[in-house]
Design a protein around this ligand. Structure first.
Ligand code: ATP
Ligand code: MG
Length: 361
């Protein structure tokens, strides 16, 4: 595999922001391949449920690969961010443990990567305060991902935490001076906020922070069974931990279209194309080739192909996950060690910030 096998397919994209991020990712892949030691990764997920195929192909696979290429990797389990769009963080402990299990099963090695929870790092809150002073309310209101998340929110009114979510995220990324953030497409606006905050902080107080880059995969926006972004909290996801039978049932219920001939055309046929991409990623193939093979077989044949591809690809991961799930003490040890390491890094950065701001008394 070459560096660019991991980057988004360089096809002309109608969304110029996405196209530019794709080109940047391809360039970054070349640099990572030659000098992984220059990079540090921070990325993560909200503990709102088990990880799904969107996470896996959007960011999780990249996390594992970067770790294996020798990039120092931090994974935040964003437990405070659960409260951005709901009133209670229910089943939090279970969801946090699920995320650790998904990561271990996918190949995160706690000896090399740091998995930690938001709530264990009070320094993040202390970084957030000066960061909040560096962005305007108008900038936060304009953020398209925040707008989208408000639309899908389970709250009667929008919380302050929802609006400040991208600023909190800037603290998550910058506390460890990460310069590489493997994420899905929905995170691009947030990354822009992080870069803006890093730049404005350095302009005002002197150089402390890097300007982190988003790293997109070949599937920056995998669709769920209802044809919208696959999300933990939208009831449209296929979880990594789902059984082979559940996977078959979920894929069978996925939205497609009425055209019998199967073709890969993300702009005109988003649902069919996302399913083709899913099968192609599982099989390490090109989605056009998968489409050609199915030809006039229609949605039923497409869904059979997808089910088989997903179940076959995930079988080893699912077996590993079941084994890890029998040892909850190990899961807690992983978090305890990760929290300790992340905290030490956060303290060092906070000292630098306070020195730069003249608040080191
Ligand atoms: P929630 O519904 O609770 O917001 P989510 O499924 O959107 O959950 P997040 O925890 O918000 O998941 O996202 C974690 C990471 O996974 C982010 O980098 C995000 O871009 C990526 N990601 C999530 N869903 C997808 C998807 N469908 N396709 C590609 N990447 C995704
Ligand atoms: Mg989300």
């Amino acid at each position: 595999m070459t560096a660019n096998d991991h980057a988004p397919t360089p096809c002309p994209d109608p969304d110029p922001v996405l196209a530019a991020a794709g080109r940047r990712s391809a360039e970054l892949e070349r640099r990572i391949a030659t000098d992984p030691g220059r990079f540090r990764v921070l990325t993560g997920d909200r503990p709102t449920g088990r990880l799904h195929l969107g996470h896996y192909f959007g960011t999780l696979q990249n996390r594992i690969r970067l770790q294996d290429q020798g990039v120092d990797t931090f994974v935040v389990i964003a437990d405070y961010q659960v409260l951005t769009d709901r009133d209670v963080a229910d089943r939090l402990t279970e969801h946090v443990e699920d995320l650790v299990l998904d990561h271990l099963a996918a190949g995160i090695d706690p000896g090399r990567s740091t998995v930690f929870t938001h709530s264990a790092l009070p320094e993040l809150g202390q970084l957030m305060l000066p960061f909040l002073s560096l962005v305007s309310v108008a900038e936060l209101r304009r953020n398209p991902t925040v707008k989208d998340e408000i639309t899908h929110s389970r709250q009667a009114s929008v919380s302050g935490l929802m609006f400040t979510y991208p600023v909190h995220q800037a603290a998550d990324i910058l506390f460890c001076k990460a310069n590489l953030v493997p994420v899905g497409q929905d995170q691009l606006p947030h990354l822009e906020v992080t870069r803006t905050i890093a730049r404005r902080f350095d302009d005002r107080y002197g150089p402390v922070f890097p300007r982190p880059d988003a790293l997109l995969s070949r599937a920056p926006l995998l669709l769920g069974t209802d044809g919208t972004k696959m999300s933990k909290s939208r009831g449209n996801a296929i979880a990594l931990a789902d059984s082979a039978d559940d996977t078959a049932r979920l894929v069978k219920g996925a939205r497609t279209d009425a055209e019998r001939r199967i073709t890969y055309d993300p702009a005109a046929r988003p649902e069919v194309s996302s399913l083709l991409l899913l099968a192609a990623l599982c099989q390490g193939r090109d989605p056009h080739a998968v489409a050609d093979e199915i030809g006039d077989g229609g949605a039923a044949a497409l869904k059979r192909t997808v089910t088989e591809a997903v179940n076959e690809h995930l079988a080893p991961l699912r077996a590993r996950r079941a084994a890890y799930a029998r040892d909850r003490a190990h899961v807690r040890d992983v978090l305890r060690a990760g929290n300790e390491r992340a905290r030490a890094v956060a303290e060092t950065t906070l000292d630098e910030v306070r020195t730069a701001m003249g608040t080191m008394y």
